[in-house]
Ligand binder design. Structure first.
Ligand code: G6P
Length: 479
């Protein structure tokens, strides 16, 4: 887009997310540049952002510095700063030690601290003020995820002219769990500042509507909330997806094919390679899944020559207690399993506590026969969809938790209850033994699903519904 002088031009489409869509790169001469981060959200939104005049408001990933807005690949990026204390209280605390476990079915026990809440309010206000400053008149503002649930209402107070959308990437819990929150009313009212509130699944939207009716007392009908001031809020499911064509193309590419072959060789060309790729998070069910696999070897269904498990766990939120505990637990479990079952040069599990670029992920997907995705609770799980996108020959098996949002669409996966170790073992074994024809039938159906609903489709659906919200507030056409 065009800019006048140094002033940031006001934007017609504003994305507000906890993180900016770029990673800082320090060059050899010490200067800083920014590289587009691998996430699917930014690749889905950048086409619209470049045609519309787009801005993205987010935290640059470091504490304590104030950065001026800057341009990156046709988008205005507006950094929001955070102090070390806010990082602890808003990000590690309220976002990731209160909301994260509570919204994921109490997989870990959430902590409630009043000073964390105060910090969450303060940081949400800073994001809302930044959005209010950069949005053009009657612009669309799309706020992302659980870290920023108060922004819709704070922003509406500052800028009643805007069309405001919110999308929650993680699950929205049943009323019985949500109601534990001392600040449940404030959070619901924060979300009600939006015209359109999007969730991964219809059940989450229903949980929200019920809570608004019971806890805030507004009138609701189906997917609509009627506010006393005449405003209407819609709550609806928009299941997120991936850049399906991009992943398929990457998987077919020569370097990824060669790398995949190398990976199989490095692992000793076993008959079957099992794969897990997750953020190192207690919601992902990594521990139970590795135990299930090790028991299959222990029970004699196959040997470490027949099959091996590659588990990639990318470091995440490393200073939060529950994440430290999990890391130690998994370190110990992998050591134990490999000590018991491994042979020279043949560990049962290859465990990588690291994150990898997209190309290496694609090579791992191509190299593996059985992808194991077994979260206890997950908003969607894009790894499951990425695996399917990479299996362009309709081979390979997906073992998938029924508690991942993706299970609603990928019905032909080997579905499992991640709390049921014997059930998981049975499905992993069935996938291990499955005939090519059976695998192809399942994979073909799953591929069709993600070709039809890719991330561009997701973004377009949401933005079209947001554009249609609040008739009578149509954006003025510039002469
Ligand atoms: C989940 C959340 C995102 C978050 C990501 C990485 O996918 O829904 O909002 O950005 O995890 O977590 P982090 O805490 O590193 O941003």
């Amino acid at each position: 887009g065009r800019r006048r002088g140094n002033a940031v031009q006001r934007a017609d489409l504003v994305i507000v997310a906890n993180r900016l869509p770029v990673d800082r790169v320090v060059e050899a001469d010490g200067s800083t540049t920014w590289r587009r981060s691998p996430g699917g959200l930014v690749s889905a939104l950048s086409p619209v952002m470049n045609t519309q005049e787009g801005a993205w408001i987010g935290w640059p990933g470091d504490v304590g510095e104030d950065l001026a807005p800057f341009e990156n690949e046709g988008m205005t990026l507006v950094p929001v700063s955070m102090s070390a204390e806010e990082y602890e209280e808003y990000y590690e605390g309220f976002s990731n030690a209160t909301l994260w476990p509570l919204y994921h079915d109490l997989v870990a026990k959430p902590e409630f601290h009043r000073e964390w809440w105060d910090s969450y309010v303060a940081v949400n206000r800073r994001f809302a003020e930044a959005a209010a400053a950069v949005a053009a008149e009657h612009a669309m503002v799309w706020i992302q995820d659980y870290q920023l649930q108060l922004v819709p209402a704070l922003l509406r107070d500052l800028r009643p002219d805007l069309r405001i959308g919110f999308f929650l990437h993680i699950p929205f819990p049943p009323a019985e769990l949500f109601s534990q929150l001392p600040w449940r009313r404030e959070l619901l009212q924060g979300l009600l500042g939006a015209d359109l509130v999007g969730f991964q699944l219809p059940g989450a939207a229903q949980n929200f509507i019920r809570l608004v009716r019971e806890r805030v007392g507004h009138k609701t009908h189906r997917d609509s909330v009627y506010l006393p001031d005449g405003r209407m809020v819609t709550a609806k499911a928009f299941p997120i997806s991936i850049d399906t064509a991009g992943f398929t193309e990457l998987a077919r590419s020569e370097p990824v094919q060669a790398r995949a072959k190398q990976i199989r060789e490095d692992l000793g060309n076993p008959r079957r390679i099992f794969l897990g790729i997750d953020r190192l998070d207690y919601t992902k069910g990594i521990y139970a899944r590795l135990r299930a696999f090790s028991e299959l070897i222990h029970d004699g269904h196959f040997t470490v020559e027949d099959a091996t498990f590659v588990q990639v766990a990318s470091p995440s939120r490393e200073r939060v207690d529950q994440y430290r505990i999990l890391r130690d637990d998994i370190d110990r479990l992998v050591g134990h399993i490999n000590g018991d079952l491994g042979r020279l040069g043949r560990p049962a599990i290859s465990y990588l506590n690291a994150s990898f670029p997209r190309e290496e992920m694609a090579a791992l997907y191509v190299a593996s026969d059985i992808m194991v995705v077994t979260p206890f609770r997950d908003g969607m799980n894009l790894v499951a969809k990425e695996y399917v996108a990479c299996r362009y020959d309709d081979d390979g098996a997906l073992v998938l938790s029924e508690f991942a949002g993706a299970a609603a669409e990928l019905k032909q996966a080997y579905l499992v209850n991640p709390y049921d170790i014997n059930g998981m073992k049975a499905q992993m074994l069935e996938a291990y033994r499955a005939e090519e024809k059976e695998l192809a039938k399942r994979m073909r159906a799953m591929r069709k699903t993600i070709v039809e609903n890719d991330v561009a489709n997701w973004a377009n659906n949401f933005l079209a519904d947001l554009a249609a919200a609040r008739p009578g507030h149509e954006k003025q056409v510039k002469p």
